[in-house]
Design a protein around this ligand. Structure first.
Ligand code: GRF
Length: 321
């Protein structure tokens, strides 16, 4: 059973999205649990509900405190609760850059519009005024700009004749409750999703000079050089060639380095079938705690082994400055 992600939910008001997360978490196999509900408003109705459900709650008014001071108080409570993720659910505070940085890639928000349309408030009326056929909601990662981070998922909600902002808001809210729980569940388990893992490898491999992707025996591989004479420096493996789990194969300097790696960290490395004999090593990518910078370094090292000298020379010169 994979570890269950611990989530702190921040609210300022009624907390219906918080409730949706909390009840979703009660389902068997839900990959997250709510460990804390915190608010900047001690009167927020959602706090009572969370309390009644046996969830730890915390409230601290922001009045009289700087943004940094208040965020720091929240941060400390969230950390003390053991949370790995923060879910903003109607938290009516602009966050300090420091807080956003501390929770980077671990903080989500739900917004009642189809972002990038209608950031900020009054989203329903703005959709109606614009004559849109659909309103909707978005779950996104939080970055310092308001309602601006990468969108993880959206649900479209049809606008009906006669809709007012309030009527539309009620219908969008139903969609919000479904979307937030489903997206959070997917997000906290992303490191076990082979498609997500592949995308991480692909982005890093293709960021290297003169690389392209070409499948090899049905699995994605990355080459450096021209389409015609390029050489492979990495292969992606998803239970391929009889291997278990998801991994990337990269080139080592030879069998000595390969066996040193296997000795040093047998949980991370293994010898890939077929490719192992020529000094390739497989790096496991589904341990749930992949160090992606390390994988990026490996891809570059492997790329260097086969890249034309003119490319590696250029990089060495650039590195000296
Ligand atoms: C929701 O519409 C959400 O999209 C927005 O604030 C509202 C919060 O409602 N960010 P609730 O407190 O979750 O009921």
């Amino acid at each position: 059973m994979p570890e269950i992600a611990k989530v702190a939910v921040l609210i300022s008001g009624r907390g219906s999205n918080m409730a949706a997360l909390l009840y979703a978490a009660k389902a068997e196999n839900c990959p997250f649990e709510v460990v804390l509900v915190a608010s900047n408003d001690p009167q927020a109705p959602g706090l009572k509900l969370a309390e009644a459900e046996g969830i730890d709650t915390f409230a601290h008014p922001n009045k009289g405190l700087s943004r940094n001071e208040h965020d720091q108080i929240m941060h400390e409570v969230i950390v003390a609760a053991g949370a790995d993720y923060v879910a903003l659910a109607g938290y009516m505070r602009i966050l300090s850059n420091e807080f956003v940085r501390q929770w980077q890639d671990h903080m989500l928000n739900i917004h009642p519009s189809l972002l990038p349309k209608y950031k900020g408030l009054d989203t329903y009326q703005r959709a109606l005024d614009a004559g849109d056929s659909h309103a909707g909601c978005s779950v996104h990662l939080v970055t310092p700009e308001l309602d601006d981070g990468p969108v993880l998922a959206q649900t479209e909600v049809a606008i009906l004749p006669g809709d007012t902002a309030d009527i539309l808001a009620d219908r969008v809210l139903i969609a919000e409750h479904q979307l937030y729980a489903a997206t959070l569940a997917k997000y906290v388990t992303r490191e076990a999703d082979p498609d997500w893992i592949l995308e991480q490898v692909r982005t890093r491999a293709l960021a290297l000079e003169e690389t392209h992707e070409r499948p090899s025996f049905g699995t994605p591989g990355w080459r450096v050089g021209s389409e015609k004479t390029g050489k492979y420096f990495a292969y992606f493996s998803r239970r391929h060639f009889g291997e278990t789990g998801t991994s990337v194969f990269v080139k080592t300097s030879g069998l000595d380095e390969q066996s040193a790696l296997l000795d040093a960290d047998p949980d991370l490395y293994f010898t890939p079938k077929f490719y192992g004999k020529s000094g390739w090593i497989a790096i496991r990518l589904d341990t749930g705690h992949t160090d992606w910078d390390h994988v990026g370094d490996w891809l570059e090292k492997s790329w260097r082994m086969v890249a034309p000298k003119r490319l590696t020379k250029m990089m060495d010169i650039a590195a000296e400055f």
